[in-house]
Design a protein around this ligand. Structure first.
Ligand SMILES: O=C(O)c1cc(=O)[nH]c(=O)n1[C@@H]1O[C@H](COP(=O)(O)O)[C@@H](O)[C@H]1O
Length: 288
């Protein structure tokens, strides 16, 4: 199965929520863990053990593992393997972007099955040119994995670049969405190339979000967007949205029961909005 098909099925079966694993120093402190590699491992393991059998996607943010050096990266390797073993899809948030020949090395690291960091999908920046991502996309498609390409990011600074107009009048973000749509063309259900569009943003009128693939929507919770805001940002593209919530769920730890309850409550809210009230049970079908 392709990544697009696997993600579509996971979101249908488990609800359309992606939970971020972002072990900020402040969260380690709030969980009464040391800001070191042991604290990192306990934090990440707790999230995986609580949620990997429950939610569709877990998104470890690589930076919070890298800040602990090689031992932190080893923790990321174990997190990826354990979360996948428990049935979650793993999207490594690495936001890599470089010239094509270097992108092949990132592809080998994050999307080639022989790599210890291999996951189901990875985030990528297209701001060296979408075409420079080709080796990453080709490697993803070859192995049934996926890529989420930044289009319109959730931070306010993003608009300076992503809202700029190209020579043919499209926004830069719109041009990225167009590229993703072209790669996904012809896929059944969804293609395997998603885009990132923040839940916090105001898009130009007429921006076409239908890319034939998933739309990762960070920004709900700590960055100020609400689940209800997703309707205004995504409109007709709502059924393709995979909302990501990190801090607003993680702050409920370290108690696993509370963490699970917070994730399920959020999953139920996004299920009601994105899939419809009549499918509300889907987000809760792990309650037993
Ligand atoms: O690619 C991402 O996941 C991402 C893109 C974006 O536009 N904005 C954004 O916040 N993110 C990531 O999504 C997560 C958001 O975390 P919270 O704000 O704590 O929910 C962080 O890991 C960010 O790095």
């Amino acid at each position: 199965m392709t990544f697009g098909e696997r993600l579509h099925r996971a979101m249908r079966d488990r609800g359309p929520l992606c939970v971020g694993i972002d072990p900020h120093a402040a969260l380690l402190d709030a969980w009464r863990l040391a800001d070191d590699v042991n604290g990192l491992e306990t934090f990440a393991r707790t999230v995986v053990e609580a949620l990997a059998a429950d939610v569709a996607v877990l998104k470890p943010q690589a930076a919070f593992f890298e800040r602990h050096g090689s031992r932190g990266i080893a923790v990321l390797e174990r997190v990826i393997a354990e979360a996948r073993d428990a049935g979650a899809l793993v999207l490594v948030d690495a936001k890599r972007g470089d010239i094509g020949s270097t992108m092949q090395a990132y592809a080998d690291a994050f999307l080639r099955p022989s790599s210890p960091l291999c996951s189901d999908a990875v985030t990528a920046s297209p701001y060296l040119g979408f075409g420079a991502l080709r080796p990453l996309i080709d490697t993803a498609l070859e192995h049934g994995n996926g890529v989420f390409v930044l289009a319109r990011t959730s931070n306010p600074e993003g608009d300076e670049v992503q809202g700029a107009r190209t020579a043919d009048g499209r926004s830069v973000a719109g041009a990225v969405l167009d590229h993703a749509r072209a790669v996904n063309a012809g896929a059944t259900t969804w293609g395997s190339i998603g885009c990132v569009v923040g839940a916090t943003v105001t898009l130009p009128a007429g921006e076409d979000l239908q890319i034939g693939g998933p739309l990762l929507a960070p920004g709900v919770g700590a960055q100020g967007a609400t689940v209800a805001d997703l309707a205004g940002v995504f409109g007709a593209a709502l059924p393709s949205v995979l909302p990501n919530v990190s801090r607003d769920i993680l702050r409920h730890g370290p108690d696993r029961t509370t963490l699970v309850s917070a994730a399920r409550a959020m999953n139920s809210q996004v299920t009601d909005l994105l899939i419809g009230e009549d499918a509300g049970e889907r987000g809760n079908d792990h309650d037993t």
